[in-house]
Write a new protein. Sequence first.
Length: 289
Amino acid sequence: MRLGGGNDIFEAHTADEIDRLLEKLDVYGLSTISGPWGYDERDDDELIAFGERARKYDLMIGESHSRQNLLFRDPLIKAERIGQLKKGLRKAELMGSHCVCILVGTAGPEDHLAAPNPFNYTKEAKQEFRETLLRVLDGIELEKTALLIEPWPNTFFWQPESIREFLDSIDHPKVGLHLDLMNMIDPFHYYQTTEFINMIFDSLGKYIGAIHFKDIRWDWEYMYMKFDEVPIGDGIMDYEAFIRRTAGLERDIPCFVEHFPTEGDFAKSFARLHHLAKKAGTGFHLRTV
């Protein structure tokens, strides 16, 4: 397991910036970073140099992000986005990125990845998304980089059964799950996170290629219902079980903490994760060079 921070504070945008980032990464015991934003529009030589610099310092480029809405209804725009994601996968492979992380998206007119729409939950959406990903992957040779899908509650790709059904149906060695457990929590699982974690790893463990570490708390004073992302340990997630099951995958899994506005919130979460890993009898990989 490798720990990282999904925020500008812990990201490098050029190979030279990696050098300046090392001290901060070591303070928090981090050994994975994100690929630079806009990687899919960068020169090949620049990306190759970025990847070589990261590996020189025993850093994994744990994830690169694509924010293409692949359920958009306009066929011409959708075709452009398929081409952009295909190009992004090739660029990520050159860089040596562990994965490209995507969301299913939405058929809604808002054209925003998080927007709800009734089509997003249908069998037709599932089949369309499967065919879209196969088009993206057609003709691409991937050795280092996987295409990992992050769950989100506005689509069919949300709960374990549906996720497993979809990944089994696509049956591609380079398509898997970017596990964001917080995104999968609903009221039925809020007080049963240990059981939910075990269910997910039992069912989907072979597909898990990367993880977002987040915690969740129910803001019961909000009418109607609201879940908040909070620092690790301030919510209800059983992180000792989560870390133990992650370590049991026996793969070099990048695990990112995300979204906090201040370095102090990240620092609190990193410290707690290292403590919980030790308590669980394991630990995160630390840089050796």
